[in-house]
Design a binder for this molecule. Structure first.
Ligand code: CAA
Length: 258
């Protein structure tokens, strides 16, 4: 277990866990926390002992958004010079799977963080929303884009304009959340999913993530060319030989991620 001032981290069963840890301010994401999340994820992305990651909060709150106190006196030039969103961009380059395990509020920048993960497991009573409108601003770390891509223009506009919170059930029905479970089971369910993925052939997991991400932002033709390239690439791996031989020999494969 490792503690910084903003997050706790540990690895269990080849799953790296990041727990947001500023409970006094409902885990509000300050800049230091975002940096520490990214540094940890990038280190685990290079660590053979970690095959999947989980980002979670505590049993009451995932996080109540970006730290409002920290940015209250910012102006557009200071934000431009700070260029903080390039840190968020790095999240898209993390190659291993990331699961958000969400209890309680998941708002603003925290919703953007969860939407930047690959999968989401949420408590049945979790609440998601973009309350930035109530502060006279708007999401700036991909919220308008990701929400619109997931649920379409009219629904996204309604949530972004009203600042209302959506239920976990609505989020699941609209492709935001993969699974909803009882609040006390969120972490366990996320671990179950992470362990399952962590046991799959690592290179396949990686190439699938890349190909699916391409399909979100590119034409069907371009995304399919990319998919094909990744498919061919996997045939250079030892794991492809092992996986297919194991099938033929009727035994379980032993994948090495090579
Ligand atoms: N930033 C900084 N501090 C926050 C915070 C935030 N986003 N959210 C909560 N806190 C602090 C509160 O100021 C309070 O601190 P004190 O005890 O020192 O007063 C503490 O956390 C507990 O909060 P509340 O007393 O407000 O708790 P509550 O249970 O009554 O309400 C809540 C919970 C509805 C989530 C409410 O805290 C709230 O509305 N928070 C702000 C949510 C928000 O607007 N998020 C978007 C931020 S902007 C953003 O994220 C922009 C971006 O994309 C970059």
């Amino acid at each position: 277990m490792s503690n910084t001032t903003t997050i706790k981290t540990w690895v269990e069963d080849h799953v790296g866990v990041i727990q947001l840890n500023r409970p006094k301010v409902l885990n509000a994401l300050n800049r230091q926390m975002v940096s520490e999340i990214l540094e940890t994820m990038e280190a685990w992305d290079r660590d053979d002992d970690v095959a999947a990651m989980i980002v979670t909060g505590n049993s009451k709150v995932f996080a109540a958004g970006a730290d409002i106190a920290e940015m209250a006196e910012d102006d557009s030039i200071s934000l431009e010079l700070l260029n903080q969103f390039t840190e968020w961009d790095r999240l898209a380059w993390v190659k291993k799977p990331i699961i958000a395990a969400v209890n309680g509020y998941c708002l603003g920048g925290a919703f953007e963080l969860a939407l930047s993960c690959d999968l989401m497991v949420a408590a049945e009573n979790a609440q998601f929303g973009f309350p930035e409108i109530n502060l006279g601003v708007m999401p700036g770390a991909g919220g308008t884009v990701r929400l619109t891509k997931l649920m379409g223009r009219a629904k996204a506009l309604e949530w972004l304009w009203t600042g209302d919170y959506m239920t976990a059930e609505f989020a699941k029905e609209n492709g935001v959340v993969n699974r909803t479970v009882a609040p006390e089971l969120v972490f366990e369910e996320a671990m179950k999913l992470a362990r399952k993925i962590a046991n799959q052939a690592p290179l396949s997991v990686r190439m699938i993530k890349e190909a699916v991400n391409k399909s979100v932002d590119h034409s069907i033709y371009d995304a399919m060319q990319f998919e094909r390239k990744n498919f061919y690439m996997l045939f250079s791996s030892e794991d492809q030989k092992e996986g297919m031989r194991a099938f033929v020999e009727k035994r379980n494969p032993q994948f090495k991620g090579k």
